[in-house]
Design a binder for this molecule. Structure first.
Ligand code: TPP
Length: 123
């Protein structure tokens, strides 16, 4: 979804509810790097507050940083008329696993983490 799409939802008063799973990361790319034994590189995202972005675009924006607030935030979004975005900050360590992790994936992950440890200890 692009920024302009948010405004389209406002222009046409679309009753859409958008949920952002904000893990601050190109998580899939990070996983692929790790599978291949490569240290993580360039996958961190310096994300803005997407609820604030949504508000600037005319939607209702709700930001969740505490897991205990998810239920209420979703309920609020469903109660609210018009387009609403819920920005849920998630744990980037909750990495999606490959559908069927293989020993080769595990080996790649071990190599990647070893390289990362060696680089960080070299600081
Ligand atoms: C147009 C396009 N460019 C590049 C890719 C390659 N790609 C696959 S997953 C991914 C990262 C997606 O990151 P994000 O949207 O933050 O989701 P996450 O993997 O963290 O769940 C990229 C760049 C793609 N699928 N489509």
């Amino acid at each position: 979804m692009l920024l302009g799409d948010l405004r389209t939802a406002v222009t046409y008063d679309l009753p859409v509810k958008l949920i952002v799973f904000d893990n601050g990361s190109l998580g899939m790319v990070k996983l692929e790097q790790e599978q291949g034994g490569l240290p993580e590189f360039g996958t961190h995202l310096d994300n803005p507050d997407f609820a604030a972005v949504a508000r600037a675009m005319g939607l209702t924006g709700v930001r969740v940083t505490d897991p205990g607030d998810v239920d209420e935030a979703v309920a609020e979004a469903m109660r609210t008329e018009g387009p609403t975005l819920v920005d849920v900050v998630t744990n980037p360590a909750e990495v999606a696993l490959p559908p069927r992790p293989t020993p080769a994936d595990a080996w790649g992950f071990a190599i990647a983490k070893t390289k990362e440890a060696l680089v960080s200890h070299g600081d």
